[in-house]
Design a protein around this ligand. Structure first.
Ligand SMILES: [Zn+2]
Length: 373
């Protein structure tokens, strides 16, 4: 039985698709991403660059991917908070960073500041003064956001926390913002900036409450969801398959394919991630997480996923059309000079924060590659 499952996943053929949520992680990782995207037949992908509060962000790797594959990779750049956290002089405000990232030719911004761990560390409400001008600039410049808000509800209940999440330190006690506080801050921002275009990954962690998701979509017409696991979202939606199918059909223009594939995954793990999402959209059958799936998807014993068997037009919108509508038919062109400057700025921050030689930084490694283009 297990053998048959692995075989089915291994032989799976994906149609051409766009993966809107992929992580390059490092300049070295930028070599792996195109191969992983080939495995899942992703003709294009959105590289979501993480901010790392201890250092800067993954943007250098994103710039390298964009310059090497200008038609293939969109860059959703991360912010850096070194001015706020480390008091560094070379720091730029968030709105200055947004302007600079637009000039460099990034296609959007990845925002992680509403993930409970990051929100706690930054200690800045998203609807407060620290972020105010930044959101205005994104709205004005038409920079779409991939904005991670909250986490699965069980992360606030230690007894229900899955083992893999415990190991990542993702259980939240009272020292963290509640899920509702994070939603409140986010929705205040959306009310203030009605033209701001946002993709909320992981179904905005509302997969267990589709009525609320529907009210959210009705109130905020520029809000969208992506389907990147959180595997819990597939279990939640499977519990009310008919309701989920109806939701996907009615909001087919607002749901995007995304895998959260990391450059450190193996080709088999990448295939398993994308396969779960694609099978969920297209098949009638029920299935489990395959054995070869990565650690963050948990063991197959965790639950059963019921495919939605969606109409072809809905699947096509989710796999390709919606991403293109929000982020453009092809990626912005990288301004290499501006990207090099930014890499050097980030390299300076990294060297100073980590007390390491400049040439060992991600920024310096990327800048070297951009010089050779
Ligand atoms: Zn992600």
């Amino acid at each position: 039985m297990v053998g048959a499952r692995i075989k089915a996943m291994f032989e799976m053929k994906f149609p051409p698709l766009i993966d809107g949520h992929v992580h390059g992680l490092s300049v070295a990782g930028a070599n792996t991403i195109p191969k992983l995207m080939d495995v899942i037949n992703a003709k294009q992908a959105g590289i979501a660059c993480q901010s790392d509060l201890n250092v800067t962000n993954d943007n250098p790797a994103g710039f390298v991917l964009k310059v090497r594959h200008p038609e293939r990779f969109y860059v959703l750049a991360g912010l850096e908070h070194s001015g706020h956290l480390h008091n560094l002089e070379s720091a730029l405000s968030l709105s200055q960073q947004a302007h600079r990232l637009k000039e460099i030719g990034t296609d959007g911004i990845k925002l992680l500041a509403s993930k409970p761990t990051e929100r706690k560390r930054l200690c800045e409400p998203l609807d407060g003064p620290y972020f105010r001008e930044f959101f205005s600039v994104c709205e004005e410049l038409n920079l779409p956001l991939l904005w991670h808000v909250a986490d699965p509800e069980e992360f606030w209940e230690y007894e229900k926390l899955p083992q893999w999440a415990k190991e990542k330190g993702w259980g939240y006690d009272r020292d963290f913002q509640s899920k509702e506080e994070l939603y409140r801050e986010t929705e205040n921002v959306l009310r203030r900036h009605p033209r701001l275009c946002v993709v909320f990954p992981h179904v905005y962690f509302l997969s267990a409450d589709l009525e609320r998701a529907e009210r959210f979509f009705s109130e905020f017409p520029n809000a969208n969801f992506d389907l990147a696991p959180g595997i819990e979202l597939y279990y939640n939606l499977s519990l009310s398959r008919e309701k989920a199918r109806d939701f996907f059909c009615r909001f087919s223009s607002r749901i995007l394919f995304g895998t959260d594939i990391l450059s450190c995954l193996s080709p088999g793990e990448a295939r398993a991630r994308a396969g779960i999402i694609y099978r969920f959209l297209t098949e009638k059958e029920s299935f489990r997480v395959p054995e070869e799936a990565d650690f963050l998807l948990g063991p197959p014993e965790d639950g059963i996923i019921h495919g939605l068997d969606l109409p072809e037009a809905v699947v096509k919108a989710v796999l390709q059309d919606n991403f293109r509508r929000l982020f453009g038919r092809s990626p912005e062109k990288l301004n290499v000079t501006a990207a090099r400057e930014e890499c050097l700025r980030l390299a300076g921050i990294e060297a100073s924060v980590k007390s390491c030689p400049l040439e060992d930084t991600e920024g310096a490694k990327a800048e070297k590659i951009l010089t050779q283009i």
